[in-house]
Design a protein around this ligand. Structure first.
Ligand code: ASP
Length: 602
């Protein structure tokens, strides 16, 4: 080992020792012939001093001084020196090395840095360059304390998770990246096969079918820190490739999967925070989440529930509401009680919520205020006495409360009201900081119908075990602070049921055979009852570290346009390669899968 210590290690007990440190020149300054250098590495910063007056007898002052002149910012250097007490203790000591400094006796420039594209030292967020610059020079961005911390935290999290699974007899098994497509609701990234020309692999959207086959194989407890790939149009804070903690178990039920994850997280919690995590996590049904909070991933750190006012508006003189209800729509209300309102939202602010509702495509949002136990607003005159009494009762309205009313088609209105609820919580400062509230979303439907295309699709994916005559799926989501961290389910292990579910989402026998025949065949060889879950690692780390984007938890993320700026990918490839891969004339690419015989012929 060349260095004797890291840059975050020396303390007063080391005073007098001869040391060798290696690291990056973060900052240097000169005070009347005395030079100070902040030498940094992953572990911290140590102050290095060059003081010609204080050098040991015989030291080559001029060589040393010339070497130090080459120590430009972010160059990587090696210094030898003696630890001494720091004369003026610094206020800004971030690294426990504030008691000491190293009096330099010899130094070497290991490698010069080009002029850094931005300042690396600790700085206010606002001083950072735009994200594209950070991503282009990611190796520099990762030198920042905040990024180092994110990488360390993520590594520690994964280590603790692995530790838990290993202690529970799980096997860590890697599944293929060059794979057959697995539907998880996005497009596949495809990879052409040169050897099997005209054919393609898909990068897995998840290891779903492989992990299920591992259960058929009898390897009854599997986990993997798995890379998943989904080619989605840029959606907020998603990455084309991301990491899931992927789990599958046999001879279990839904509750076993949930407790396994609760116990794993409790173990991670103790390791990270030295605290107990409250388990089991509370459950909320899909229907309650939608109807009470207007979201299938409600943030339950605050209340602000939606109340259903549809019934009362069956009879009203307010034509718009009457028509909405007659057409099968709903009316919901949110009561912002005077106890939380505290004048934070005035009359003029209400327009902002109306605007937000409009942008979401929710036609009607209006409001009433309660004063002297009466409803007040310009629409109240159209309400019947029963309308007024019902609103007051159902909304539990008190003087000073502000009530938002939203109406329209059911799903759209609930989701719109959910958005308004969220915005209100932000504006009213209702969201507690540093609280981690896990929940399970349970009792989910098996299928959902896309409101635009009318197409019926699996709510999660088509491998979920249906029950209640295919109305419900044995699936659930894990939520944290209003974010979906992942989902899990019991799986179909009966080939006929699997075929039926695929039929129900509109696949023909032919399509089923072509796309999933191989998998349904596997289910026919004694597939045990099994189930599992996958948890998004990037997302959970981002929430725990309070990051606005998951990109800040990933060493080399793609930007919002799915580009990797550091290596300029995706990139064009030569025509020669395209020809070799038979990608030039794609139109007649209608080849079936290789038969088993064709594979074995090789
Ligand atoms: N494969 C699912 C997903 O990626 C998770 C699971 O059901 O295990 O969302």
């Amino acid at each position: 080992m060349r260095r004797t210590h890291t840059c975050g290690e020396l303390k007063s007990s080391d005073i007098g020792s001869k040391v060798c440190l290696e690291g990056w020149v973060r900052f240097s300054r000169n005070h009347g012939g005395v030079a100070f250098i902040d030498l940094a590495d992953r572990y911290g910063v140590t102050q290095i001093v060059f003081d010609p007056e204080d050098l040991p007898i015989g030291a080559d002052t001029s060589t040393l001084s010339n070497t130090l002149r080459t120590f430009t910012r972010e160059s990587v250097v090696s210094v030898n020196g003696i630890v001494r007490k720091r004369i003026a203790g610094t206020e800004d000591d971030r690294n426990n090395t504030g008691e000491i400094e190293v009096l330099i006796t010899s130094a070497e420039l290991l490698n010069k840095s080009a002029i850094p594209p931005f300042e690396i030292g600790d700085q206010k967020e606002g001083a950072l360059p735009n994200e594209d610059v950070r991503l282009e020079y990611r190796y520099m961005d990762l030198r920042r304390t905040e990024m180092i911390h994110a990488m360390e935290f993520r590594s520690r999290f994964l280590h603790l998770a692995r530790q838990y699974f290993e202690s529970q007899r799980f096997l860590e098994i890697e599944t293929p990246i060059l794979a057959r497509g697995t539907p998880e609701g996005a497009r596949d990234y495809i990879v052409p096969s040169r050897i099997n020309s005209g054919r393609f692999y898909a990068l897995p959207q998840s290891p779903q079918l492989y992990k299920q086959m591992l259960m058929v194989a009898g390897l009854d407890r599997y986990y993997q820190i798995a890379k998943c790939f989904r080619d989605e149009d840029s959606r907020k804070d998603r990455q084309p490739e991301f990491t899931q903690l992927d789990v599958e178990m046999s001879f279990i039920d839904e509750n076993d999967i949930r407790s396994c994850i609760e116990n794993m997280l409790a173990h991670v919690w103790r390791g990270l925070y030295n605290k107990d995590l409250q388990t089991p996590f509370p459950k909320i049904s899909y229907t309650e989440a939608m109807e009470k909070y207007g979201s299938d991933k409600p943030d339950l750190r605050y209340e602000l529930p939606l109340e259903n006012l549809t019934n009362t508006f069956k009879e009203t003189n307010y034509g718009i509401l009457k028509k909405i209800v007659a057409d099968g729509g709903i009316v919901v209300g949110i009561n912002v009680s005077h106890t939380i309102l505290k004048e934070k939202i005035g009359r003029n602010d209400v327009d902002r919520y109306i605007d937000l509702a409009k942008r979401f495509g929710l036609g009607g949002l209006t409001w009433v205020r309660i004063a002297n136990e009466e409803l007040e607003s310009n629409i109240v005159k159209y309400f019947t006495p029963k309308n007024k009494a019902d609103i007051k009762n159902i909304m539990n309205a008190k003087d000073g409360d502000l009530i938002f009313l939203m109406a329209g088609p059911k799903r759209k209105t609930l989701e719109g009201a959910g958005l308004i609820r969220k915005q209100l919580a932000i504006d009213l400062d209702l969201i507690p900081k540093n609280t981690f509230q896990f929940h399970w979303l349970v009792d989910c439907p098996m299928f959902e119908v896309d409101p635009i295309s009318g197409k019926k699709d699996a709510f999660h994916h088509p491998f979920v075990l249906p029950y209640d005559n295919f109305k419900k799926g044995a699936c659930f989501d894990i939520l944290l602070n209003g974010n979906e961290l992942g989902s899990g389910s019991m799986r179909i292990n009966n080939p006929e049921v699997q075929v039926e579910v695929l039929h129900q989402i509109g696949m023909s026998d032919e399509e089923i055979e072509k796309n999933f025949g191989w998998f349904i065949k596997a289910l026919g060889y004694g597939a045990p009852p099994h189930g599992g879950i996958a948890i998004g690692i990037d997302r959970i780390i981002a929430i725990l570290l309070n990051k606005e984007t998951i990109r800040d938890t990933i060493a080399f993320p793609k930007n919002k346009k799915a580009q990797s700026l550091v290596d300029k990918s995706p990139s064009k490839i030569d025509d020669e390669r395209l020809e070799e891969l038979q990608l030039i004339s794609l139109s007649d690419n209608d080849v079936d899968s290789l038969t088993m015989e064709e594979y074995t012929e090789e």
